[in-house]
Design a protein around this ligand. Structure first.
Ligand SMILES: Nc1ncnc2c1ncn2[C@@H]1O[C@H](COP(=O)(O)OP(=O)(O)OP(=O)(O)O)[C@@H](O)[C@H]1O
Length: 204
């Protein structure tokens, strides 16, 4: 059974259609890439699946329930393009926020190359480190669905491999990773590639 179902979705922004006739069924334990040119609608589709907003028309279901209102972070997490870290909290505190301080995840910090800077305020780290921190925050609860908007946008080759390793580990524990990306290295590693062009799916 599909974990994420997008049925006949259309979405309009500022009076313009940005998604049209989008149908998509995605299973658990897979990496599904949303690929397409800038402005093709990848982030918008991410936001609809993560429950940031409802679609203008059609239905988005996560585990059989409407995506809005957004469920718990352990059901659907989001790495937004603009990261949304708390700059005053340390790297580790940002990553562990969804756990309310109840636990630690040294392995995840290590996997993403964050151990050495775990105690530093997020504002005193590089953009690539901040992006990996926000990715770790999205994976820390081993969510059913992790929606990741351009997770390698600020990563060099070496760190792209760390990101791909973290995604593989999440998928092995059952997570459906939905990844908006232009990055061919990420597209090549995906189980499912969905291409968007001008707000429509061109291949699935
Ligand atoms: N807040 C907004 N208000 C109005 N239009 C918007 C808004 N956000 C995005 N759009 C428009 O919606 C369309 C799809 O944008 P979206 O951000 O989903 O594309 P994208 O494929 O993620 O692009 P990129 O790769 O550049 O991030 C674009 O035409 C964009 O200009």
């Amino acid at each position: 059974m599909a974990l994420v179902e997008v049925r006949n979705v259309g979405h309009t922004r500022a009076g313009q259609p940005v998604l049209q006739d989008v149908d998509l069924s995605l299973p658990a334990a897979a990496t599904a890439v949303l690929a397409g040119r800038s402005g093709s609608g990848k982030s918008t589709l991410c936001h609809l699946i993560a429950g940031v907003m409802p679609p203008t028309s059609g239905t988005v279901l996560v585990d059989g329930r409407p995506a809005v209102p957004a469920p718990s972070w352990s059901t659907v997490s989001l790495l937004p393009q603009r990261l949304a870290l708390d700059p005053a909290l340390t790297v580790a505190e940002n990553v562990l926020l969804p756990l309310f301080g109840a636990a630690d995840d040294a392995e995840l910090l290590d996997r993403l190359g964050l151990t050495a800077i775990a105690g530093r305020p997020a504002r005193d780290t590089s953009l690539g480190e901040q992006q990996r921190t926000a990715l770790a925050r999205a994976l820390v609860l081993r969510p059913a669905v992790a929606v990741l908007d351009e997770p390698t946008a600020h990563q060099d080759d070496e760190h792209v491999h760390l990101v791909l390793d973290a995604l593989r580990a999440a998928v092995q524990t059952g997570t459906l990773a939905i990844v908006a990306t232009h990055d061919q290295r990420v597209i090549d590693a995906a189980d499912i590639v969905v291409r968007l062009h001008s707000g429509r799916i061109v291949t699935d």
